[in-house]
Design a binder for this molecule. Structure first.
Ligand code: ADP
Ligand code: MG
Length: 604
């Protein structure tokens, strides 16, 4: 669509308001324009928190020469032309206000070359007026440079936060768009330093590693689509069940949690939005799985018909109004719940690779599922799809207990020195001894830590630790934390440290390995975090320390367990609050139900 000025009637429908509040709001508008232009590479360059300079370059469709100046007029847009278009927006922008607003408060220049045109345009705009225009070569795409933001509005300038704060906001913003659009390559430099770069591979997991870090990404679970959407269920009429609202993304395993909600991001049709009820839906799905006061990590994209939401609520478009908020809420909650517990009481590998829940488990889910549960339907298609028709699960009422205790298990033996085989009330269980022990130790250690009573063992003969100068710099700030885990570590002068006490769960050799691994982890953390504004979403040391200790002290695969030891392990596992997953969110066991057994032997 060519750019044209909207009619006053349409303009009046668009909520008035300021778009440009701070440098990050400029970045947001320019990035959105680049995405709307169909770019595959988007580069953002900022200097002095974006105030001195912000440049966004894209390889999108560009602006035709004839329309270049019009792009800076108020309410000029190529994205909608009638009021009716507002109800089925597929672009991020539509108000036709951003470039005009930005040009009013900064010195702007634009080089744009439209696809198919022989040459492009260079424009300079100051105080909202085009002060210079000429033909310009260059590749297809647009480079928008915004300099000296708020130079002519000193009042605004006064309210800007410190440069670092503004930079952080921009890093956060680019990270968010990188997560929303894994198929686009983003590159952000701050004062000439590369802060963030994504490949545009299309794999969200890759972006998670870049934006968070490897360790956090590894603890995240990909949101599982319901079976009928995957098309694996022959019985259901896939097309009829195609949901209108599709939730994809990654959420943290139950072992991944944070002190704030800042690690929950929501995108609706690629728009990064703020919506408290979505955060609530996610938190609900983790009920009782996380320690009190901790919050899950989630990166969720919601795809839905544009007509079912109203973006035209707030000038910055960060808030949207859903036509059916409850539908969205419950779609998110179901998707997260399915993913988080999908890792738990399911038998992933025995017969079919898709999630099969034992009938016993299904029965225990009681009321909400019963009507969809058909006895003898070997493949129990319950999942949480039964809730498709059910209402949003409100806390307390009909809510499925996330944490199922283990049934009583009778240990039969050990397989491959790695798995304990046991019989339960409904079939066979194969338990991963390492994962199970990790879960046990994790909960024990965490409880001890919360009670500030970690058991520690004094060493008769202290261990010595020779550290490099770099490691010394890393270990000093960790000493207090190490003490909280039961380590007593002190400098012995020079590069030598003495370990006088270690956590009771470890032997001296393991203790040494734990410290080495913690040092590595904190070095990687320090290196990866680079500039101070980078730790946008970094995992905390406390948590990784817990995981490292647990991993080193747990029994390994390859260790022979006596029947007695296996029984002890299972008994302890029964006492944990989430016996079905290890602290990394992987399953501790797989289950072959009696029905599956009988079916496999052709008895049913
Ligand atoms: P809106 O995005 O709401 O349409 P803007 O003021 O942000 O309003 O942009 C005005 C118009 O300028 C857009 O509709 C689009 O046609 C054009 N435009 C702006 N930025 C770009 C870009 N990076 N690439 C191509 N076209 C652009
Ligand atoms: Mg725009």
């Amino acid at each position: 669509m060519p750019i044209k000025v909207l009619s006053p009637q349409v303009v009046s429908k668009i909520s008035a308001g300021e778009v440009v509040e701070r440098p990050a709001s400029v970045a947001k508008e320019l990035i959105e324009n680049a995405i709307d232009a169909g770019a595959s590479e988007i580069r953002v360059e900022i200097r002095q928190g974006g105030r001195r300079l912000m440049r966004v370059s894209d390889d999108g469709c560009g602006i035709p020469q004839a329309e270049a100046a019009l792009a800076f007029a108020r309410h000029a847009t190529s994205k909608i032309s009638s009021e009716e278009d507002l109800s089925h927006l597929t672009t991020l922008g539509f108000r036709g206000e951003a470039l005009a607003s930005i040009a009013a408060v900064a010195q702007v220049s634009m080089v744009s070359h439209a696809k198919g045109e022989e040459s492009g345009t260079l424009l300079r705009v100051e105080g909202g007026e085009v002060v210079h225009s000429e033909k310009h070569g260059g590749r297809t795409g647009t480079v928008l440079t915004v300099e000296n933001l708020f130079y002519n509005t000193p009042a605004r300038l006064k309210f800007l936060r410190a440069e670092a704060t503004e930079s952080t906001r921009i890093v956060e913003l680019v990270s968010a768009y990188a997560l929303a659009c894994p198929e686009l390559g983003f590159r952000l430099t701050d004062n000439g330093r590369l802060v963030l770069q994504t490949s545009g591979s299309g794999r969200l997991y890759d972006v998670l590693i870049t934006v968070f870090d490897l360790q956090t990404a590894q603890q995240m679970l990909e949101v599982q689509l319901p079976e009928h959407v995957l098309g694996t269920d022959q019985d259901s009429q896939a097309s009829l069940l195609e949901p209108r609202v599709k939730v994809t993304g990654f959420v943290g395993g139950p072992s991944l949690h944070r002190a704030t909600r800042n690690y929950q991001m929501f995108f609706v049709n690629r728009r990064w939005i703020q919506d408290r009820s979505l955060g609530f839906a996610v938190e609900e799905a983790y009920r009782t799985l996380l320690p009190a006061g901790r919050h899950p990590v989630a990166v969720l994209s919601i795809a839905m018909p544009p007509a079912d939401m109203d973006v035209n609520v707030h000038p910055t478009k960060r808030e949207v109004r859903f036509r059916e908020p409850r539908e969205i809420f419950s779609a998110v909650q179901r998707a997260v719940r399915r993913t988080v517990i999908g890792q738990a009481p399911v038998a992933p590998a025995i017969s079919q690779p898709t999630a099969i829940l034992s009938e016993e488990w299904v029965k225990r889910q009681a009321v909400p599922f019963q009507r969809n549960w058909q006895p003898g339907a070997g493949r129990v298609q319950i999942a949480l799809e039964a809730q498709r028709t059910a209402d949003v699960i409100s806390p307390g009422v009909g809510s499925v207990p996330m944490l199922e205790r283990l049934p009583m298990l009778r240990v039969l033996g050990q397989v491959r020195q790695a798995y304990i085989i046991a019989e339960g009330p409904d079939g066979l269980y194969l338990i991963d001894q390492h994962a199970a022990h990790e879960r046990i130790l994790f909960e024990q250690l965490e409880a001890e830590q919360n009670a500030m009573s970690v058991s520690s063992q004094a060493l008769l003969e202290p261990l010595t630790l020779e550290l490099s100068p770099q490691q010394r710099g890393l270990i000093e700030p960790m000493l207090q934390q190490l003490a909280s885990f039961g380590f007593d570590l002190a400098s012995f002068g020079g590069d030598t440290y003495l370990i006088r006490a270690i956590p009771a769960a470890l032997n001296p050799e393991q203790a040494r390995a734990v410290i080495a691994e913690l040092l590595d982890a904190s070095r990687e953390g320090a290196e990866a975090s680079g500039p101070p504004q980078r730790p946008v979403l970094r995992g905390d040391l406390q948590h990784s320390a817990l995981n490292i200790i647990v991993c080193h002290s747990a029994v390994r695969a390859g260790q022979i367990l006596t029947l007695e030891e296996s029984r002890e392990l299972i008994q302890q596992l029964e006492k944990t609050t989430s016996p079905y997953t290890c602290p990394h969110g992987r399953p501790t066991m797989i289950h072959l139900s009696s029905v599956q057994l009988e079916k496999s032997f052709g008895r049913r």
